[in-house]
Design a protein around this ligand. Structure first.
Ligand SMILES: Cc1cc2nc3c(=O)[nH]c(=O)nc-3n(C[C@H](O)[C@H](O)[C@H](O)COP(=O)(O)O)c2cc1C
Length: 194
């Protein structure tokens, strides 16, 4: 049944060696010195945390401008970019929004969210609007666990049963300091039992 041969393992220092990761654009908003600001932060450390209620987690360093906006507003949006958006994603992960408008810088468009006050990135085919339910201070990063309170998806990435078509979504992946796109289909859930 084994499909890969075993090899001699090299023991490496403990590290977050988990690949691939999604590269997402998280949008957030809030008041800073009496002025309403919104912002984008590129994150790769994100994942699903729970099904009922639907929850996702994001790991954000407290030094990020976005951290304060998310902590104070209790809201964020996980915008899932397609693979063609890697340049904008890289830009939003290498410039701080403290003094810059990253929407303008990256040529991205604000669109209204359905439930939260942070904007959605119109160019991203999928957006998960979240309300922070838990904050876990893990060490270098804080883990914000957000309940997904609304989902917006481009019509062309949704199948007739309202499921996300991952091939059409063509999500941007990240690993080893490199941006990637998904490869070929290998099988569907449960295919091994057939
Ligand atoms: C591909 C990529 C992945 C990143 N992942 C994370 C992450 O998971 N957590 C984090 O705190 N910063 C991450 N960063 C760094 C932030 O995106 C970066 O520091 C950004 O400029 C912070 O913006 P802000 O100060 O406007 O919030 C990542 C950057 C890149 C390019």
């Amino acid at each position: 049944m084994s499909e890969s041969r075993t090899k001699v393992k090299k023991v490496l220092p403990p590290a977050t060696a988990l690949y691939p990761l999604p590269a997402v654009l998280v949008s957030c908003a809030g008041e800073v010195e009496g002025v309403r600001r919104d912002n984008l932060i590129t994150l790769a450390w994100t994942g699903v945390a729970c099904a009922e209620p639907p929850m996702v987690a994001i790991a954000v360093r407290p030094s990020r401008f976005s951290h304060g906006l998310i902590a104070r507003s209790g809201e964020f949006v996980v915008n899932v970019p397609s693979s063609g958006m890697s340049r904008a994603v890289d830009l939003c992960g290498n410039v701080s929004g403290r003094r810059r408008d990253k929407f303008a810088l990256a040529g991205l468009t604000r669109a209204p969210a359905r439930v939260v006050s942070a904007p959605v990135v119109a160019e991203c085919p999928l957006a998960l609007e979240c309300r922070v339910r838990h904050t876990y201070r893990a060490g270098s990063h804080d883990l914000f666990v957000g309940e997904v309170v609304a989902v917006q998806a481009d019509e062309d990435v949704v199948d007739p049963r309202d499921k996300i078509d991952v091939a059409r979504l063509d999500p941007l992946c990240y690993g080893g300091g490199v941006y990637w796109r998904l490869g070929s289909r290998l099988g569907t859930y449960g295919y091994s039992r057939e």
